[in-house]
Design a protein around this ligand. Structure first.
Ligand SMILES: Cc1cc2nc3c(=O)[nH]c(=O)nc-3n(C[C@H](O)[C@H](O)[C@H](O)COP(=O)(O)O)c2cc1C
Length: 199
């Protein structure tokens, strides 16, 4: 089949795009409001875009609490979502009123960050402490506003649970990072293979 996204002529019951760009890593992002109230939500429009400096991005459909808080306070944390936390990840996507705490809703303990104010997810094996750089509203190719706000942040501190470091390497198959596929589907990594680059 072939279709043109702008025409929406895929003929399927649901837009297949997110099943085609899959799996997507999940940034499980914690912030605080300007009043200091914690907030937590998953974002699968998420990735790193640079290494040294280490820069992450996430994209919000509209100005959700996470992006508002990140812009207002200049800080956010990307916690690693893992297979065993699938239910908690899902629960924290509940659209609570601003200022209500998704950590509490999902029964998740908070742990302090070292360098920034938002708490991290205590049980998550990895957390990236980030300082906000910029939030850019996407436009389409004709310059029309897309309604998606992409936030960039620099990672200034990284927590890794030592249990997942083996022979000097982070053991991905033990971490079992959770990712998002299309529709309501999730996937996780439980096997990896190493292929040296050609010289
Ligand atoms: C696995 C998963 C991934 C999600 N990814 C995104 C995303 O990339 N962008 C977005 O705007 N919403 C995404 N959502 C929905 C938000 O998590 C949801 O709207 C949440 O209530 C936003 O919370 P906030 O207002 O506290 O930021 C996702 C939901 C789930 C379950």
């Amino acid at each position: 089949m072939f279709y043109e996204p702008a025409l929406g002529n895929h003929g399927l019951p649901h837009n297949p795009l997110k099943a085609l760009v899959a799996p997507r890593p999940i940034g499980w992002i914690s912030t605080v409001s300007p009043e200091g109230k914690p907030n937590l939500a998953p974002y699968s429009f998420f990735n790193i875009v640079s290494e040294s400096p280490d820069i992450v991005m996430f994209s919000s459909a509209g100005l959700k609490d996470t992006v508002r808080n990140a812009m207002a306070t200049g800080e956010f944390v990307c916690n690693l979502a893992t297979r065993d936390l699938i239910d908690e990840v899902n629960i924290t996507s509940t659209p609570l009123p601003s200022g209500e705490n998704e950590f509490e809703l999902a029964g998740l303990a908070q742990a302090p960050c070292r360098l920034i104010r938002p708490p991290r997810v205590a049980i998550s094996p990895c957390s990236l402490e980030c300082v906000w750089i910029d939030t850019v509203e996407m436009t389409d190719r004709r310059g029309q506003r897309a309604g998606y706000h992409v936030t960039y942040g620099e990672i200034i501190g990284i927590h890794i649970d030592d249990r997942f470091i083996e022979a000097g390497r982070v053991c991905t198959e033990k971490l079992q990072p959770l990712s998002r596929a299309g529709y309501f589907d999730y996937a996780w990594i439980d096997a990896v293979t190493s292929v040296p680059r050609p010289r």
